[in-house]
Design a protein around this ligand. Structure first.
Ligand code: GLA
Length: 744
């Protein structure tokens, strides 16, 4: 072990483990009984601080004493990986039916090791190590014959602790896992609030904030994808925390399937946050000698409010989660065929769109749905990943070649995990569907889900996608999934393993995307699931960006981007200017508003038909030119939320080199005689000077951050009398202003 390893993980003779970087610490200890007790997660506490490490033990009436140890009640003891069955009445991190048929298991400290190489997780995505150290703590249950390893990775540059666990059956008989969480965190008594993101199709990432109740609060998915109903993210924070102030403890899972993140406040008011695979409808048979690895859970602490928390996530995801080859690489602007032609695509249509893309100044043409064998609407052909011979007689590859000859990149849409019953694939392999015997299967968008827990399915899909990518003509893939799972089961699994199918599916999916994305590292992959129905760190570990929502009306999009930005950096967000009236909510907005809301994403483009493109040609060309000019700043810059109310949103991005600052201000419904608004910018150097590009006015960084700037005044009436004054926004409803500052 070298000196730098010791500098981040310190283990005292009394077995107090202190994982610290310059700003945060994660501390726990081994109790005299051998139980792993949690001590602290939060601002840095040096190993030498002389902290009193022992959780308090005091007499209470009616509570249990663990193994009869005086005043030692696990229900009131913060722990690292709690179990059920002795004196802790809360939901545990591990719940397992042992070979004796009971669920009383006790894990005691056995050993630990420290490594500067972050170990990969068995078949699951995990964050890259880099400048980090990993502590592995081994626990044993000699009666239930279990060995459990808890992994903790601490990063020097990021206030993140990455956690996972692995459970091994070292007995002779099988055991049955019911709950195997990735992490548990017991916070001390406090006045906490929760923030999480809920939603549905086309209204993903709506923020919900509430006081932490007594009892158990859960966000979860049992529908196969992590889902748009609840993103696998939960922040617990001190009451009153805002964008700048307050302690935040946030958890996000690197998992794309059935997950649960729970927060439980018990009678003694400590709060236990557990994150991992959803225990509901889950069971895993662990034979003698077998191990089970949990997904990775990432825990962030910020003492600087939700804004501070987001800065930690953004930097970490860019550095340790997103594929590194596209880090800081400007994303090409594009024209997508979906809202331009829907299923009516063909060689000629695509070449026509390519010409229009060129004329608009875009850099890529994306051929969305409708290009494969017999796909004329959404009722057929998923699974038959062969070019439609009528629409593309020489194959999609030839169309791609001709598009690229025009100087554009070429992108292609796939929905590999799905099958329509009206397809050759289904006729050949009805056994490849997720299904349970003797039940009529539910459908979603007329389609069924392929059983990726089967290696033959994974192999087929790899071969099909590979057959297109191997042409070397495809620069970008949009990987979609448009329904969730039902009647979950696999014809290949025995009865006692049927509940393993959803997690085995994820292992198959991760194997598939790992093989494809690693074989084609220069292809840009975009994760999509009817928009944000699987927008999570698991998929974004393989794919550089994601289609966060099908909602491309700018007003509908404001809260989606605002919500998503709590966890995700702009580098993983894709957006496009869509048609009006908007196809999802019928709203009519200006190109300006659509351009200026869509501005805050790394991957930007257009999804418009020929008429739309020619009607607003000049404005759209200007929009694409702006997107091209700012592409590098969007993928690499630092994003801040400045204001978010029902009627007003203000965002800011500072370029990586700190030379340019973009401020987007959006005002939804106008009214007369409004109060004047100011906004304080974030993250600027106090002693630098910035020039507002549109007016030429200069401001000190100190003034912009401490006094702020006047926001343009929304007033239709006054503006008519002062029409030369740029202090006004006169668009009425749905108005916006993008302000650009350059460092002088
Ligand atoms: C999903 C996606 C859309 C589009 C269609 C194609 O709905 O979110 O962007 O690709 O599928 O069928």
């Amino acid at each position: 072990m070298n000196a730098s390893v010791e500098s981040m993980i310190h283990v005292s003779d009394e077995l107090v483990f202190n994982l610290s970087n310059d700003s945060i610490s994660y501390i726990f200890r081994v109790s005299p009984e051998g139980i792993l007790e949690h001590i602290h997660f939060g601002s840095r506490v040096a190993p030498s601080s002389g902290l009193s490490a022992e959780p308090r033990r005091a007499f209470r009436c009616t509570v249990l004493e663990y193994q009869g140890v005086k005043n030692y009640n696990l229900d009131d003891t913060p722990q690292e990986y709690p179990l059920f069955g002795t004196s802790d009445m809360r939901h545990p991190a591990l719940h397992l039916i042992n070979a004796q048929g009971n669920t009383t298991n006790i894990l005691l400290y056995k050993s630990h090791r420290i490594s500067s190489d972050k170990p990969a997780l068995n078949g699951l995505p995990s964050s890259r190590g880099g400048d980090s150290q990993t502590l592995v703590v081994c626990l044993v249950d000699t009666v239930s014959k279990l060995e459990v390893e808890l992994n903790y990775t601490v990063y020097r540059e990021h206030d993140v602790i990455a956690r996972s666990s692995s459970i091994k059956n070292v007995g002779e008989n099988a055991v049955c896992l019911k709950t195997a969480m990735s992490s548990a965190l017991d916070l001390p008594q406090g006045d906490y609030e929760l923030v999480h993101f809920r939603g549905s199709w086309a209204r993903e990432f709506e923020q919900e904030r509430m006081p932490m109740p007594h009892g158990r609060f859960a966000i979860e998915s049992a529908r196969g994808t992590s889902s748009n109903a609840h993103n696998p993210f939960l922040a617990v924070m001190n009451k009153g925390t805002d964008e700048q102030y307050g302690d935040v403890y946030a958890t996000a899972l690197m998992y794309s399937g059935n997950f649960a993140i729970t927060a439980e406040k018990n009678e003694f008011e400590s709060v236990r946050i557990c994150a991992g695979i959803n225990p509901f409808n889950f069971q895993w048979k662990l034979e003698s000698g077998e191990s089970f690895s949990t997904p990775e859970s990432l825990q962030v602490f910020s003492a600087a409010g939700l804004g501070g928390m987001s800065q930690v996530w953004h930097a970490f995801i860019k550095q340790h989660v997103s594929p590194s080859q596209f880090k800081d690489v400007p994303r090409p602007t594009y024209l997508n065929s979906w809202e331009a032609a829907y299923f009516d695509v063909s060689h000629e249509v695509v070449l026509g769109l390519a010409d229009q893309a060129k004329e608009m100044g875009a850099q890529m043409l994306v051929l969305d749905d409708g290009w494969f064998a017999g796909r004329n609407d959404d009722t057929t052909s998923l699974g038959d990943w062969f070019s439609d011979e009528k629409k593309f007689p020489q194959g999609v590859e030839e169309t791609a070649r001709q598009v690229k000859e025009k100087g554009l990149k070429f992108g292609l849409w796939f929905e590999p995990e799905m099958v329509n019953k009206e397809s050759q694939l289904y006729r050949d392999h009805p056994e490849w569907l997720i299904q349970v015997p003797e039940r009529t299967l539910s459908t979603g968008r007329g389609q069924n889900v392929l059983d990726l827990s089967r290696s033959d399915v994974v192999e087929y899909l790899f071969e099909r996608v590979d057959s297109f990518l191997s042409s070397g003509l495809i620069d970008y893939v949009k990987w979609d999934i448009n329904r969730v799972f039902s009647e979950c089961g696999s014809l290949q699994l025995p009865a006692e393993r049927q509940l393993e199918q959803p997690h085995r599916y994820m292992l198959g999916l991760y194997e598939l995307v790992e093989r494809i994305t690693s074989k084609y590292p220069n292809v840009l992959f975009e994760n999509c699931a009817s928009g944000g129905n699987r927008f999570d760190l698991g998929m974004l570990r393989f794919m550089s960006q994601g289609w966060v929502s099908d909602m491309c009306d700018p007003v509908g999009r404001l809260s989606i981007i605002n919500g998503a930005s709590h966890l995700f950096p702009l580098s993983v967000l894709a957006s496009y200017i869509g048609p009006v009236p908007n196809h999802q909510n019928g709203r009519v907005t200006s190109v300006k508003m659509r351009k200026e809301v869509g501005f805050f994403a790394a991957a930007r483009g257009l999804s418009l038909n020929e008429d739309d493109l020619s009607a607003d040609k000049k404005e759209l060309q200007d929009a694409v030119a702006l997107y091209n000019e700012t592409a590098h700043d969007m993928v690499s810059g630092e994003f801040h939320r400045l204001r978010f109310t029902k009627n007003e949103v203000c965002w800011q991005l500072i370029s990586q080199d700190k030379q340019r600052v973009y401020v987007g201000y959006y005002h939804i419904l106008s009214s007369p005689n409004l109060p004047y608004r100011r906004i304080k910018l974030a993250g600027l150097a106090a002693d630098e000077t910035y020039r507002m590009v549109s007016t030429g006015a200069t401001y000190g960084g100190d003034a912009l951050t401490s006094l702020g700037i006047d926001l343009p005044h929304v007033d239709v009436v006054l503006h008519q009398q002062h029409s030369d004054n740029s202090d006004y926004m006169d668009e009425g409803d749905f108005s916006s202003r993008l302000m650009v500052f350059e460092r002088v």
